[in-house]
Design a protein around this ligand. Structure first.
Ligand SMILES: Cc1cc2nc3c(=O)[nH]c(=O)nc-3n(C[C@H](O)[C@H](O)[C@H](O)COP(=O)(O)OP(=O)(O)OC[C@H]3O[C@@H](n4cnc5c(N)ncnc54)[C@H](O)[C@@H]3O)c2cc1C
Length: 485
């Protein structure tokens, strides 16, 4: 009997846990350790943030699904990994701390044969003073943040209805933040809501980003096929923003937020300020803050995790100039190089390098997006790790048959731009592969036949359908496994 512990019940961890349960009989134990009571379909938080969906639409209780699936769920935080066990205990284990009522603060040693770290990002609001709900800005990174953003957005809409002008600043709140796609989607939706209420003359919307050029999205931008011709995501993004009447500030590293003012540095090294009435800025991401010790009790956190707290996997982490990295640097099995039974999925794995070119200003500040690991690759990676673990258990030895490199995987990103079966819109962007491979695709870095950008109502319908399909799948309803990641 094998024991598999999955840390995190987000897109990658939940996919891994369900896949493991389906592949293994009940003599094997699948344990999920995650602090949240609910699963949330994060991409739809955008719609919560504009009042088009409520929390009921985007979350469900994990315990119900896990009970049915015979997955052992512990509402707790993974804290410390002992991949070699310790002096008293030969078996690898992870120390967890319960967060659920009645057990709060209690710790437990959970032994494992295989460990999947799928702890996603720590939303690092603290890295930018004044950012986030404890500060002055809004967030849509979780359903409760998005609800709060909608409350504040309504206050601004009311003020505009009463004749007051409002400035909305939407974008990223750290010089190295990623997840531009989510913020961009929120900006378009806010603009749509303002337009719908005919309050345009009272609003100014500014897209604030650390990207060197718009449309970079942390993946170095892309050339896309649009209506039969090839264009850059820079032009694609600029034209959409212009169409929605949104102006932009690019190459900006936000350093601090006050009650009324955002402070940022430019690539030229200037310190600038921007006043706002409503701001939604995505924070920088860090790893979940796990640490690790070896059998001798020595701290091996720096060996297993990178400095930002993301877990090292089968990538080439050799430091090299941006121009010299290659597609094979990217991981494909997500196995930790030091511990063969430890894997990291989704945002929790350490990427080998940035995908976007990194720019540093004269004050030494890097102003450029970190690499994103969006929903689709996160789900695929969680599945592939689970398939390899199940195979290894069946064969009695580590077998890594299934692979999923972000340099060989495509992704679709549908940025909704308004809500409604007839009035909604979306910008649909598909890229193949996610991370460029200039050796295989010397001209564009990607396969131009599968790298496509199209705006329109059809994309909005697709996004709605995907919401329904992915919630169905995550609830493990009949034939859930037939729905792809
Ligand atoms: C507003 C928004 C919109 C987005 N829209 C899209 C989109 O349209 N398309 C797309 O592809 N991607 C989108 N993304 C990105 C997508 O949501 C992420 O890529 C995806 O959620 C990453 O999955 P993950 O499993 O790595 O992390 P998460 O989904 O964040 O899950 C991490 C899990 O780990 C848990 N956890 C944290 N710390 C610990 C710990 N110490 N121990 C145990 N568990 C822990 C968390 O509670 C959570 O359950 C969006 C993101 C945001 C914020």
């Amino acid at each position: 009997m094998a024991k598999i512990v999955v840390l995190g019940a987000g897109i990658s961890g939940h996919t891994a846990a369900l896949t493991l349960r389906r592949a293994l009989n009940n003599s094997h134990e699948v344990i999920v350790v995650s602090p949240n009571r609910y699963y949330q379909w994060v991409p739809s938080n955008i719609w919560v943030g504009i009042g088009k969906m409520t929390r009921k639409n985007v979350i469900f209780e994990l315990s119900k699904v896990y009970k049915k699936q015979k997955i052992n769920f512990k509402r707790a935080l993974g804290k410390t990994i002992f991949p070699e066990g310790n002096a008293e205990n030969n078996k690898p284990y992870v120390l967890i701390e319960y967060v659920e009522e009645g057990k709060k603060g209690e710790t437990e040693k959970v032994e494992y044969d295989y460990l999947v770290n799928a702890t996603g990002p720590k939303l690092n609001f603290a890295a930018t003073p004044g950012l986030g709900l404890d500060g002055y800005t809004n967030s849509v990174c979780s359903f409760d943040h998005a609800e709060h953003a909608w409350d504040n957005l309504q206050k601004s809409l009311d003020k505009m209805s009463a004749g007051e002008k409002q400035r909305f600043v939407i974008g990223v709140g750290h010089p190295k933040a990623t997840c531009q796609g989510a913020a961009f989607e929120y900006a378009l939706n806010v603009a749509f809501e303002i337009n719908k209420r005919k309050l345009w003359d009272k609003a100014e919307i500014i897209w604030l980003t650390n990207e060197y050029e718009l449309g970079d999205f942390g993946m170095g931008g892309a050339f896309v096929k649009r209506g039969g011709y090839v264009t850059s995501t820079k032009i694609f993004t600029e034209s959409i923003l212009s169409e929605y009447g949104i102006s932009w500030i690019k190459r900006a590293g936000v350093t601090k937020v006050d009650q009324k003012t955002i402070h940022y540095e430019t690539l030229e090294g200037e310190q600038k300020t921007l006043d706002y009435d409503f701001a939604m800025l995505i924070p920088g991401f860090a790893g979940a803050g796990l640490n690790a010790f070896n059998k001798a009790g020595e701290d091996i956190t720096a060996k297993i995790f990178n400095p930002a707290g993301f877990m090292k996997v089968d990538a080439d982490y050799t430091a090299k100039p941006y121009e010299e990295w290659k597609a094979p640097d990217w991981p494909s099995t997500y196995q930790n190089p030091d511990y063969e039974n430890v894997f990291a999925a989704g945002i929790a794995f350490a990427p080998p390098h940035a995908i976007s070119k990194q720019f540093t200003n004269p004050n030494g500040m890097v102003i450029a997006p970190a690499p994103p690991r969006t929903g689709m690759p996160s789900g695929v990676i969680g599945k592939v790790i689970a398939q390899n673990i199940a195979l290894s258990i069946k064969k009695g030895e580590i077998t890594l048959k299934h692979r999923a490199s972000m340099t060989k995987m495509g992704a679709a990103c549908i940025v909704s731009a308004g809500y409604g079966l007839r009035k909604g819109s979306a910008a649909t962007l598909t890229v193949f592969p996610i991370v460029q491979d200039y050796e295989k695709y010397p001209t564009w870095g990607r396969n131009i036949n599968y790298t496509i950008g199209e705006p329109g109502l059809a994309g909005h319908w697709l996004k709605l359908i995907l919401h329904i399909a992915f919630m169905y799948k995550a609830k493990a309803k009949p034939f859930w496994f037939m729905i792809p990641e």
